[in-house]
Design a binder for this molecule. Structure first.
Ligand SMILES: [Zn+2]
Length: 688
């Protein structure tokens, strides 16, 4: 039935210029981990591969800004990212890095093979050059207008607004990101992969071969790429950070980060195989291996067109069976953004929610952006925890374990004859491994997580309907049967929850005293074995699997985001352009004086207005000021202020205002007094 002997599962190499956030977890790493864990549980040979992507221009830009070396940057973030993956139970068989020696060798060899097979076009072209920085400007060193969508801040290699990938010379109005200068064109030699040459193969393989089994969002994007016509893509760059191009006359050039990064999957597999004493080649070269790339939608072109073209050109590799790319996850209605700090960072999450990795894994899976962009909200996170994990899963397990301990000292009772309901319940239970498998095999992880919850629902309903706590008063044999059936469901949940809720699964196996993985095919045993946990088996004491998350906890997270929003508004506030020039005579018409607020009261039925009595040195006068939303009346009494005293009086809500107090407004809308230094200035002094 299953034609695949082994699985090579890759997850997109995270870029090492910052920590990772919930968007990465939801889009790539949690689904990939669910898949890998599931494949292992069903008795398969799995290599689950990932690593840090440590080359490319943004890392060199960050290093320059911080006054450190690119190596410092990647060392720092590689450690942080690796720890986050471990903390969240992502079970990579190897987490490598592209600065590793084995990767440099593998990528270099790969290039050489293609070079010797004449798979590249060598071309001297004019590239953008920054005369001041004395440097060619590739990729992110150039910013300009996207030729496709008009986004004015498109990068040289890719527009983040429309996802189009292009060459830096395609940009309209290009500018150097290093100096801001308009770049000139200068000749340089590079190697190109002629994607157009592989167009027929790609059409046949993807458009015909994978029309039915690739996700519509992935297939659609690939089709539009191919329909637009493929062009040669440069695979080298003028840069001093990366893998040197292994060809004579290529000094000062490195492999393009998008050429070397996917080869990182291969080198990470080699590194793992070496460590484990295995042969790496079957995982990449045997037709009975299933290769699956888990990525986000911004990587579709590289994994579905460029990398397969590279593998095909090399000639000895298999191609991916599927590339189940996810769409993007938003946060509370806004796009996740590292620079705007609009994110939930994994290290921070663990500080705020210690030991609650599974809650985040579950919330992200249940709401995963599988077919369209989706929104993570803290309210949904709370609801998933309180209404599903606590109220259904946790509640069922707790009742089973508590009652078994209470009635039978924790020993699984011997069942009497099974009723029709018992038989039906056990038959439904047996179907669950296949139901969940079927969703996972089609990369529908949200659906799979809901089916898992449905099994917990089945258990909950069974106990609620059969009411062992009532039956025990009249029928001991029947109670034993009910508890026996409920324990079978609990035992199935311990195994079937592992891919989704690994920490909980582990804890539950401990509570039920189930040995972890003696048998090879735990998952399928549930479908075939009549007895999952036998009568006479001793279980442990109850422990809470999940706990309720209160509104205050959620509010704290929302407040944190609100603070980020405020900080962004302040950082992005635009300074008003200068007004038209006035003469000195114009200025001297303004009579500005130092004054003191003596009294203040709120204007009735007006949200913004305070009625002030101000000592201007000339007189004490009434001024109506629109500051009530920023200050209370009590706060402003005694305040030194700057007053425009010769402004024509005007009536506000029936009160005549005789002047104006000078204020400024911060970007987040708070008013601030423009006040004279109160120690020196006395009321009535002129300001000029
Ligand atoms: Zn664009």
């Amino acid at each position: 039935m299953n034609p695949h002997k082994r699985y090579t599962i890759t997850a997109a190499l995270p870029y090492t210029n910052g920590p990772i956030h919930i968007g990465h977890l939801a889009g790539v790493y949690v689904p990939a981990d669910i898949y890998a864990r599931y494949k292992r549980l069903t008795g398969n040979d799995v290599a689950f591969i990932c690593g840090s992507d440590e080359h490319g221009v943004p890392i060199t830009i960050k290093a320059k800004k911080e006054g450190v070396t690119p190596q410092d940057i990647v060392d720092k973030y590689h450690a942080i990212i690796k720890k986050s993956f471990e903390d969240f139970g992502i079970t990579f068989d190897n987490y490598s890095r592209t600065s590793a020696k084995i990767h440099h060798e593998t990528a270099s060899e790969f290039f050489t093979t293609l070079y010797n097979k004449n798979e590249f076009i060598e071309e001297t072209t004019e590239q953008l050059y920054d005369e001041e920085a004395k440097q060619f400007l590739a990729d992110r060193f150039v910013v300009g207008t996207c030729p496709k969508c008009g986004n004015e801040e498109s990068y040289g290699d890719q527009c983040e607004a429309c996802g189009t990938s292009h060459n830096a010379t395609d940009l309209i109005n290009p500018k150097s990101a290093i100096t801001g200068n308009v770049p000139t064109l200068k000749e340089t030699k590079h190697w190109f992969l002629p994607l157009n040459k592989h167009e027929d193969f790609l059409k046949e393989w993807i458009l015909k071969g994978h029309k039915k089994d690739w996700k519509p969002n992935v297939y659609g994007q690939v089709k539009s790429w191919i329909d637009d016509g493929l062009r040669p893509r440069a695979v080298t760059r003028d840069l001093d950070w990366g893998i040197p191009v292994p060809v004579e006359g290529a000094e000062g050039k490195v492999l393009y980060v998008w050429f070397d990064a996917p080869i990182g999957y291969i080198s990470a597999t080699k590194e793992w195989a070496e460590r484990e004493g295995k042969d790496w080649e079957p995982y990449w070269k045997n037709e009975d291996t299933k290769l699956v790339h888990f990525i986000g939608k911004d990587n579709i072109v590289f994994h579905c067109i460029i990398f397969p073209a590279m593998l095909k050109a090399e000639g000895s590799y298999i191609l991916p069976d599927n590339v189940p790319a996810n769409e993007f996850l938003n946060l509370e209605g806004n796009k996740l953004s590292t620079s705007k700090n609009w994110a939930v960072w994994l290290p921070e999450y663990l500080e705020d929610f210690p030991n609650q990795q599974d809650v985040l894994r579950y919330a992200l899976t249940a709401n995963a952006p599988e077919t369209k962009d989706n929104d993570f909200t803290w309210k949904d996170f709370q609801a998933r925890n309180n209404n599903e994990l606590v109220a259904i899963f946790g509640n069922f397990i707790n009742r089973v374990v508590v009652l078994t301990n209470k009635y039978y000292d924790g020993i699984v009772p011997e069942p009497a004859e099974l009723s029709e309901v018992d038989k039906e319940t056990l038959a439904t239970l047996k179907a669950y491994p296949n139901v969940i498998s079927s969703s996972i095999e089609r990369y529908r992880f949200r659906e799979a997580s809901q089916e898992l919850m449905n099994l917990a629902r089945l258990g909950n309903k069974y106990l609620a309907d059969e009411e062992p706590w009532k039956v025990i008063k009249e029928d001991e044999a029947r109670t034993k049967t009910i508890m026996y059936v409920a324990l079978q469901i609990a035992s199935a949940l311990a195994t079937l929850s592992e891919p989704f809720l690994p920490f909980t699964s582990n804890k539950l196996k401990g509570i039920l005293s189930l040995s972890n993985s003696e048998k090879e095919n735990l998952w399928n045993d549930i479908a075939t074995n009549d007895v999952l946990v036998p009568a006479g088996h001793q279980i442990g004491k109850a422990e809470l699997l999940f706990s309720k998350i209160e509104d205050e906890t959620i509010q704290k997270q929302l407040d944190k985001l609100e603070a980020s929003k405020k900080a962004n508004e302040i950082a992005n506030a635009t300074v008003e352009p200068q007004k038209d020039t006035i003469t000195f005579e114009d200025f001297t018409k303004l009579d500005l004086r130092v004054g003191t607020i003596l009294e203040a009261e709120k204007m009735p039925k007006a949200k913004k207005l305070l009625v002030l009595k101000v000592d201007t040195g000339l007189d004490v006068r009434t001024i109506v000021s629109g500051i009530a939303e920023s200050f209370t009346a009590e706060e402003v009494v005694g305040k030194k202020v700057t007053v425009l005293v010769n402004l024509a009086p005007r009536a506000l809500r029936g009160v005549e205002s005789q002047g104006m107090i000078l204020m400024t407004e911060t970007p987040d809308g708070k008013l601030v007094f423009v006040n004279p230094d109160d120690a020196i200035a006395s009321n009535g002094l002129q300001i000029s």
